[in-house]
Design a protein around this ligand. Structure first.
Ligand code: NAD
Ligand code: LMR
Length: 327
């Protein structure tokens, strides 16, 4: 079988460094799938990406069939099957929100165009670079020939954080928890839902039985974990973000476990009152290489208000990039 072409943007960055070795050792697509890596970087970082490629060579990974390094999106995405869009423009001092969206538009617009021009017909795109949901919206808008549903953004790190915080509160193992959902944006407004999650088959909210802890401790701890890591490490999460990116693509391609689901930010089809087209996080099951939104969940008043708040933020971001002519 031909190797799967995997493109990683921002390959010389810290997530790139945590990601590439695990892709090459089979953690993205499984132990039987050969991968060919394309590393996209800006010209100033191509040399650093070359250094990473030298180290990849030195691992002699049996599954790694080739590595190409480029600063040209057209070359990077030609024939791509899995595109991991990690490189983004971080917010720096004095930068307004509009400046950040505009700077990222300058990255995700040409990348969307290059995916449109050259990607393989089965391409799957995961946007990790922040603001991830809206960057995915920009890329998708510039790839009109690629089915919309192939553009996704990452909330799997939030999902994993939500599992870990819950396990530590109730003293259970991660595998005792099923049906966790992150709703909305990958931002501080995201909503980790314990009303539909289960601990050993029982409602997680009922097991916790402490709405004040849920509202005042659990939700903010999960939602602001990224900021807490930046504060502690002096840099944003890297290994855990890379791990979540592997989980996201692995489940999309290979399927979610029976009786469970995961969280992915995907183009809304209008489910749960989320405006169609917004890239928002939902509970999804994956099977046969496709995801579908879990339907029919009960959304109580507590959840409704929080989902609506996060979706309102996504609408604002969409309107801002629309006003800038980026979508
Ligand atoms: P980093 O600064 O270490 O690396 C980013 C890399 O992207 C740099 O090497 C840079 O040269 C490269 N880059 C910039 N513009 C590019 C372009 N146009 N094409 C190709 N490469 C380009 O950052 P990092 O720690 O690796 O984080 C990357 C992004 O991921 C950030 O936006 C960060 O906020 C985001 N992030 C998202 C999540 C999530 O859960 N969605 C979690 C952690 C980090
Ligand atoms: C995270 O959730 O760890 C990151 O998105 C934080 C950031 O701003 O890079």
């Amino acid at each position: 079988m031909a190797p799967v072409n995997v493109t990683v943007t921002g390959a010389a960055g810290q997530i790139g460094y945590a990601l590439l070795f695990r892709i090459a050792s089979g953690h993205l697509l499984g132990p039987d799938t050969q991968v060919s890596l394309r590393l996209l970087e800006i010209p100033q970082a191509v040399k650093a990406a070359e250094g990473t490629a030298m180290e990849l060579d030195d691992c002699a990974f049996p599954l790694l069939s080739g590595i190409e390094i480029t600063d040209d999106p057209k070359k990077a995405f030609d024939g791509v099957n899995v595109a991991l869009l990690v490189g983004a423009r971080p917010r720096t001092k004095g930068m307004e929100r509009g400046d950040l969206l505009e700077a990222n538009g300058g990255i995700f617009k040409p990348q969307g165009e290059a995916i449109n021009a050259g990607a393989a017909s089965d391409v799957r795109v995961l946007v990790v670079g922040n603001p991830a949901n809206t960057n995915a919206l920009i890329a998708a808008a510039h790839a009109p020939d690629v089915p919309r549903e192939r553009f996704t953004a990452m909330t799997r790190l939030d999902h994993n954080r939500a599992l870990s915080q819950l396990a530590s509160k109730v003293g259970c193992s991660i595998t005792d928890i099923k049906k966790m959902t992150i709703w909305g944006n990958h931002s501080a407004t995201q909503y980790p839902d314990l009303f539909n999650a289960e601990v050993n088959g029982q409602s997680a909210a009922a097991v916790v039985n402490d709405e004040a802890w849920l509202a005042d401790t659990y939700i903010p701890t999960v939602a602001k974990r990224g900021a807490a890591i930046i504060e502690a490490r002096g840099a944003s999460s890297a290994a855990s973000a890379a791990n979540a990116a592997l989980n996201h693509i692995h489940d999309w391609v290979n399927g979610t476990a029976e009786g469970d689901w995961t969280s992915m930010a995907i183009p809304s089809d209008g489910s749960y009152g989320v405006p169609e087209g917004l890239i928002s996080s939902f509970p999804v099951t994956c099977s046969g290489g496709e995801y579908s939104i879990v339907q029919g969940l009960e959304i109580n008043e507590f959840s409704r208000a929080r989902i609506d708040a996060s979706v309102a933020e996504l609408v604002e971001e969409r309107d801002a990039v629309q006003a800038l002519g980026l979508i």
